[in-house]
Design a protein around this ligand. Structure first.
Ligand code: EPU
Length: 421
């Protein structure tokens, strides 16, 4: 196991190129099951989760090669319809193999992923949604056993207690493209990753309209073809580097971004008094003398993303005044609070809210990463802190950030990896 060591207090300067989006590429890789023709996918980030999804697809019979940001993949013959527990439990996104397996071979046996450190994470919307498409689903021994004689288009409502679901929308969308007739998804997730999946499927020959809005209309087709497709940039990685610039009082150009995907974050950072300049496909962000406290509430897109909540909290922990962060997607996604407090932050949890009293500085300390975005928050805190921070359990970070240390080192950070003895 590795740990990260950060000598804090260096101002980050220069430019950084953002990699392809993790949460866009994972369902896109699953969607390649829908055709027996080869696909080429570019701008693929080199992440543990991507390698993991490729491993699962190979178990199903897919041939795949991943080199220098490009995946060449072909699901000519599907040999298995089973996604086993030991793999699905490690990466929740593998649950989105359900839709494309049903679309391609009309049956799927996918382990229930279970909860994780950020919450209970039910899958009721996936199951209810697929049942509306004439899929027979039974749950037994921790597995979802799904089969259909023929997928049939229908109206599907995907609104849940906490809004819509990104991966449930992806699952229903991927099954609906091969269903007979029209499917209308209401209360669909509007995240850019869903629009990217729909663009990918449309380039394969699907007929999808309205992706990126709460109503998606899908006219089923008989077959899909192979394609060459480029994945969108990772908005959460971009957001994490924006905070890195501010928290280290630095000056960074973030290249290869789509500003529209970052509107909520740019708006909130603007309210702290940050100066952000939008250039063509890049953002220039430079620190100002004193930032103001703000309140944030996480919401489904285009609201403030839950995947940026922890990183934003690191920044607010050193902004003079009181800020309140309310988590509306995963009310328990607050494991980073205790670790930030170990570094000298003053944060108190009150139900789904965190009350942050800004301190003058953080102090380096040994801390434990609990999930992907909490790990990123600790890296940011370590970059700003006085002294040395050691972050343990960083395998979480490797799941979702492509070469984060080398990108930070190029910006002037003192960050390195060591084996834990
Ligand atoms: N929900 C239900 N029922 C369901 C599914 C979800 O009630 O059947 C609830 C969830 O418990 C949560 C809310 O709906 O309260 C939204 O969850 P969603 O299903 O949208 O999350 P997801 O699709 O499993 C994706 C991202 C997450 C990101 C969320 C929210 C991927 C692979 N994962 O998860 O990303 O936080 O959407 O935007 O796309 C991350 O990258 O660190 C990460 C956790």
């Amino acid at each position: 196991m590795d740990k990260l060591i950060i000598e804090g207090g260096k101002r980050l300067k220069g430019s950084v190129k953002i990699s392809g989006s993790k949460n866009a590429v994972l369902p896109i890789l699953a969607a390649t099951l829908l055709t027996d023709k080869p696909c080429r996918i570019s701008n693929v980030p080199d992440l543990k989760d991507v390698h993991f999804m490729l491993r699962l697809l190979r178990i199903l019979g897919v041939s795949a090669e991943f080199k220098r940001g490009v995946v060449k993949i072909c699901a000519k013959d599907i040999k298995s319809h089973i996604a086993p527990y030991n793999l699905v439990s490690k990466m929740r996104a593998s649950f989105c193999l359900l839709g494309p397996l049903l679309g391609r071979i009309k049956k799927a046996q996918v382990s229930l992923p279970g909860g994780c450190i950020i919450g209970v994470r039910p899958v009721n919307l996936h199951i209810e949604g697929l049942r509306r498409l004439n899929v027979n689903i039974e749950i037994s021994a921790g597995y979802v056993n799904a089969q259909t004689k023929s997928l049939r288009g229908n109206s599907v409502y995907l609104g849940g207690e906490f809004g819509s679901s990104v991966l449930a929308t992806a699952n229903v969308l991927m099954a609906a493209v091969k269903a007979k007739g029209l499917t209308v998804i209401e209360s669909a997730a509007c995240e850019p990753e869903i629009l990217d999946l729909a663009d990918f499927l449309n380039s394969m020959g699907a007929h999808i309209h309205g992706a990126g809005t709460p109503t998606i209309r899908i006219q089923g087709v008989k077959s899909l073809c192979g394609v060459d497709y480029k994945v969108i940039p990772d908005r959460v990685e971009a957001g994490t580097f924006m905070i890195a610039a501010l928290i280290t009082k630095g000056d960074i150009v973030i290249e290869g971004v789509n500003h529209y995907h970052l509107s909520a974050l740019i708006d909130k950072l603007g309210k702290t008094g940050s100066r952000i300049k939008k250039l063509d496909n890049s953002l220039h962000i430079a620190a100002v003398n004193k930032l103001k406290p703000v309140n944030i509430t996480t919401l489904p897109y285009p609201g403030f993303p839950t995947d940026m909540q922890a990183q934003f909290m690191s920044l607010l922990s050193v902004v003079d005044g009181v800020s309140v962060v309310t988590e509306k997607i995963y009310p328990d996604r607050f494991m980073h609070i205790a670790e930030l407090n170990r570094m000298g932050a003053h944060i108190q949890k009150e139900g789904p809210c965190a009350i942050i009293e800004g301190v003058k500085f953080l102090t380096g300390a040994p801390v434990m990463a609990s999930d992907l975005r909490a790990s990123a928050a600790l890296v940011l805190a370590g970059l700003a802190a006085k002294g040395t921070t050691e972050i343990f359990r960083i395998y979480h970070l490797d799941r979702g950030y492509d070469r984060i240390e080398s990108k930070l080192q190029k910006l002037g950070a003192c960050i390195y990896r060591r084996k834990v003895r």
